[in-house]
Ligand binder design. Structure first.
Ligand SMILES: Nc1ncnc2c1ncn2[C@@H]1O[C@H](COP(=O)(O)OP(=O)(O)OP(=O)(O)O)[C@@H](O)[C@H]1O
Ligand SMILES: [Mg+2]
Length: 717
């Protein structure tokens, strides 16, 4: 038995898998592979595994091998490295990856909890509030999917910032690519974001009435899933609502902000109930009451919303210059709901950063931080669209980061030391990344170019892809004229359907809808759409008597301003924004020492005690683990400097009391005398294979005192 699989004598795909399985069967869900922690999801509570007593063990460990592998050990290593280093070397980042349901978010929470535990041993702080954020983020950002009952539908990068006493001074968070489309429709057996159900579960009848809500089953955006509706009455849901409400309170949102948030949620749900009919020209068929409730919650004038959703208005002349067909009106309605939800989520993240971020004035604040990345794993479904492309791009880039760390550092070190590393090969994915990210002819740039053209279409965009990228070895065009293309990712080939790319990339809201929302008297709605309080007041004048003319006039004025703002703001496409946030994330990460946690989902059933070999093997490949084990085995596992090596082993080659010169000759002599074969000496370091340490230690047994004193020198560099 070994806790670190790189120590296995014969490490290959099969032994790696068998070892993980055997450990899993014994409830040992954590395993080291070199520096990397593999975490196999137990899908059950394992007694005492995260107890306070356990936490106390993983404190100042120094040498990780003295305690069983654990996520707390990774947190401890990161925290110690942060304390003991200065400059960029002090920054740490936990890179947590794996497929949906593998346990990334749980691992991220445990990692953070332990860092907070370690830091509050030094002194108290904001820790409670930071932990409390999870219910808020998960209510808004998580949903039950087929793969995970609590699936994060966004990526997040949290950085904990520290002062010179190593106490937490604040937390800053970035979010990536919330799956807004879930608000308006969910796949078979899946659910909307948790927060919608929690409202019904926890609010008392008076509160529900205030938000014009009665019964969750009535709402189109929720009524696809009866099981979810039935569960609303469960005590667990009530408790979760309470947790959420407490969190909103404790983190520091104002009462007004809180009311506005709930009103937006209710407004979105009620908007989903607005139905349209008509042959060519859409009109609202829902009862007046339905429209009225939605408008009440969103704080907008009913006639303005009706106009905005059923026609496109000519800003100059104030007339409808084109009436929508019913499906277009539905599109405008859903686009509005998605935008409201997505922008509110963004706002929550921004607001949380204000409330919990480090106070700049604080003199004690250092540049030291510990980041935690919990981001969607590689995805390959039957149908892959624009979202999958972005998600897989992020994974491709993260894989490069991982490769760079493991392989390139290895090769660079060999090169720097002038030793032969030719037996190690390394597949770089830079070319593929360039194919997607490069300007001006990379895939995303081509998407953007097409998005800017008034007559752009998915068809002409796909043709451009084929023409510009067709000669790349990482790209295959389809046989016929289907709107498809295939990318050869590090984890496998993925066929993408480019149908709908253009709209998803543009992600625009009809200007008429923006015009209406800018006039909201819900402060939050209005600020999300850059509205103006005076305009909103003026718009309300005719509200009581249903003054269509006034509504239309205000709407047109508001649209004019919205158009001006849009022209000035130079709104970025979804692809460009994602690319930029990925670049800045990687920039941040490149300034930190990474700690990799690879989460593995052992079965599709989300059940304990089932370990499906084929599934796990795929994931070991996706996460780069198979490559890692190979390289670590083939490379040089230990590489002390000449000085460190001689300090420890000189007695094997030189008489007691002699201090040999610190150079390659002296080191070589020690290794020759010890009978080791296959090592190399570089310019400053000795490169030893994993078995050399055993050979040297074997010879060195008579000197135990010296040995233990030098132990910490021999870590994987
Ligand atoms: N260490 C653990 N101990 C017990 N159960 C766990 C552990 N890690 C994960 N689980 C179980 O697995 C479920 C899924 O985990 P989690 O939500 O962390 O997955 P994820 O990788 O974040 O997935 P997604 O990408 O969908 O967000 C959890 O809700 C929990 O039931
Ligand atoms: Mg998650």
């Amino acid at each position: 038995q070994t806790d670190n699989l790189t120590e296995l004598e014969n490490l290959n795909e099969e032994t790696l898998l068998n070892e993980l399985k055997a450990r899993y069967d014994r409830d040992q869900i954590y395993t080291y592979v070199g520096e990397i922690l593999v975490a196999v999801n137990p899908f059950k509570t394992i007694d005492g595994i995260y107890s306070d007593a356990k936490a106390a063990i993983y404190k100042d460990l120094g040498d990780r091998s003295v305690a069983p592998p654990h996520i707390f050990a990774v947190a401890d290593a990161a925290f110690s490295a942060m304390i003991n280093n200065t400059g960029e070397a002090a920054n740490q980042v936990a890179v947590i990856s794996g497929e949906s349901g593998a346990g990334k978010t749980e691992s991220a929470k445990l990692f953070m909890k332990h860092v907070i535990y370690l830091s509050s041993l030094v002194a108290g702080g904001l820790e409670e509030k930071i932990i409390q954020l999870n219910p808020l983020l998960e209510a808004w950002g998580n949903a039950a999917t087929l793969r995970n009952d609590n699936s994060s539908r966004f990526g997040k990068f949290v950085q904990l910032r520290f002062n010179d006493q190593h106490q937490i001074q604040g937390a800053v968070m970035a979010d990536y690519l919330l799956e807004k489309s879930r608000v308006v429709s969910q796949g078979e057996g899946e659910r909307n974001f948790h927060v919608f159900y929690l409202m019904f579960a926890g609010m008392n009848p008076d509160e529900l009435e205030k938000y014009n809500l009665v019964d969750a089953a009535e709402h189109a955006y929720l009524n696809g899933n009866n099981e979810a509706i039935a569960e609303i009455k469960s005590p667990q849901m009530k408790a979760l609502y309470k947790e959420l409400a407490d969190c909103i309170e404790d983190v520091g949102f104002t009462t007004e902000e809180k009311n506005d948030m709930w009103a937006i949620l209710a407004g979105v749900l009620l908007t989903g109930d607005i139905e349209f009919a008509g042959e060519d020209e859409a009109y609202v068929v829902s009862a007046d009451d339905v429209m009225n409730k939605a408008c009440t919650q969103l704080g907008i004038v009913q006639d303005a919303l009706t106009e905005a959703l059923t026609c496109s208005i000519n800003i100059m002349r104030g007339k409808a210059f084109r009436k929508y067909k019913p499906f277009e009106a539905e599109g405008a309605r859903d686009a509005m709901s998605k935008a409201l939800y997505g922008k509110t989520f963004r706002w929550i993240v921004r607001r949380v950063n204000q409330l919990l971020g480090p106070k700049r004035k604080s003199k004690a604040l250092t540049d030291k931080d510990i980041g935690i990345l919990d981001i969607f794993g590689f995805e390959c479904f039957d149908l892959n669209s624009f979202e999958q492309l972005l998600i897989n791009l992020a994974n491709e880039r993260l894989q490069q980061f991982f490769n760079n760390f493991i392989f390139k550092m290895e090769l660079d070190e060999y090169a720097k030391e002038g030793i032969d590393g030719s037996q190690i090969d390394y597949e770089d994915n830079e070319e593929l990344l360039q194919m997607i990210m490069a300007k001006p002819a990379g895939l995303l740039s081509l998407c953007d170019e097409e998005a800017k053209m008034p007559k752009g279409s998915d068809v002409s965009m796909t043709e451009k892809f084929h023409a510009e990228l067709g000669s790349n070895k990482g790209y295959t065009r389809p046989r016929g004229n289907d709107l498809k293309f295939t990318i050869h990712h590090y984890a496998g080939k993925v066929e993408y359907s480019s149908d709908g790319f253009l709209d998803k990339n543009r992600d625009t809201l009809p200007i008429d809808v923006v015009g209406a929302l800018r006039l909201s008297d819900n402060n939050l709605v209005r600020s999300l759409f850059d509205g103006d309080a005076d305009d909103a007041k003026a718009a309300k004048k005719g509200k009581a008597k249903r003054d269509v003319a006034n509504a239309r006039k205000s709407l047109r004025m508001s649209m004019k301003k919205a158009a001006k703002q849009a022209a000035k703001s130079n709104k970025k496409t979804v692809g460009l924004e994602f690319k930029e946030s990925l670049v800045s994330l990687m920039d941040e990460m490149s300034k930190a020492s990474p700690h990799f946690v690879r989460c593995i989902k052992p079965n599709h059933a989300k059940k304990p005690a089932i370990f499906q070999n084929d599934m796990v093997t795929d994931q070991l490949r996706y996460t780069g683990m198979l490559e890692t084990t190979r390289i670590r085995k083939e490379g040089y596992a230990f590489r002390p400097t000449f000085g460190d090596f001689l300090n420890r082993f000189k007695m094997l080659g030189f008489p007691f009391g002699v201090n040999p010169p610190v150079n390659e000759v002296s080191c070589g002599k020690v290794l020759d005398v010890a009978g080791c074969k296959g090592w190399q000496v570089g310019k400053t370091k000795v490169f030893l294979r994993y078995f050399h340490m055993d050979e040297l230690n074997e010879k060195f047994k008579p000197f135990p005192a010296v040995r233990s004193g030098c132990r910490s020198l021999f870590v994987w560099a």
